[in-house]
Write a protein that binds this ligand. Sequence first.
Ligand SMILES: *Cc1c(COP(=O)(O)O)cnc(C)c1O
Length: 376
Amino acid sequence: MTARIHEFLRNRREDGPCVVVDLEVIQKNYQRFARALPDTRVFYAVKANPAPEILRLLTRMGSCFDTASVQEMEMVLAAGATADRISYGNTIKKERDIARAFEMGVELFAVDCVAEVEKIARVAPGAKVFCRILCDGAGAEWPLSRKFGCVPEMAPDVLEAAHRLGLHAYGVSFHVGSQQANTQAWDQALASSADIFRQCAERGIHLSMVNLGGGFPTRYLKEVPGVQSFGDAIFCALSKHFGNRIPETIIEPGRGMVGNAGVIETEVVLVSKKAEDDEVRWVYLDIGKFNGLAETMDEAIRYPIRSERDGDELVPCVLAGPTCDSVDVLYEKEPYLLPFSIEIGDKLLIEGTGAYTTTYSAVAFNGFPPLKSYII
Ligand SMILES: *Cc1c(COP(=O)(O)O)cnc(C)c1O
């Protein structure tokens, strides 16, 4: 919570939940990444928060962008960045979208199988491709599934196919899982990457780049290591596995770039019990899984929640959203401790909500509008 956000909310007159994002925090985050990994280029993962003001700020600061669709590329171009600063990092692309991206000037593409390489070779001749490898995501609060990437043993064949089809076999990528609190999480994937570099070299293919992905955590309820600790651990792992031939590297922070820059203001709609003698109270908010808090799915992300009654005695509460869908419950398996004195009409602040909130908000489920966003 920054003084600027506090001031903004104090003066806000409109009704309904909203997220307020402070650009000054994002500016500091960008500088921290640049300092912690000085030889690494930053590709901001646009899906975390694609607000035009954020994309313009990062463009001015020299950031590049990881995108997953032509629409995201258009947003980046509209913010003033040139196409050579865009990576098409989604491993699942329609051939006509690859063609469209290539026409726009994008030349860097992710792949994880030969069929995807063939699409790119057909419509984006000579483009650079990097092969994504699977990573187990251990230690991450929002682990990524097996949806993206191939086993490391398969990567040399995928990259060789790219080379044979006239593409530039450029490197390897992986993602250690989002909200990754373990600074050592990059080590194993970098060992695999170095191995892939060696195997490709034996086939006469000289890779240049390792894409270290995202995963850098933001602070929710638990303390997390700072960006510098991640930078040091990654540099250590790079040296260990690549010796003095450290490749070109890029990172793709999403959550770590914008998460702590945002605060959601929400209103308590109802406080009730299911039975007179229940210990646990139900607290219903005007925001839920469908208008911004999708990452509470499986209670994965636990946001810090503040109220003006902090300091009063805490009681366990089930927190739920406002819609008529029964999955719209935020924390129930592990109830959330909130002040006993909380009442209908109170405003609560949900911190660490600059990433993965607006983009996960439905258009109008049950008529509730998408999460309103103010970038200040
Ligand atoms: C979502 C995504 C990211 C950002 O991940 P964070 O954990 O938010 O840093 C980076 N790279 C790719 C390919 C992604 O899909």
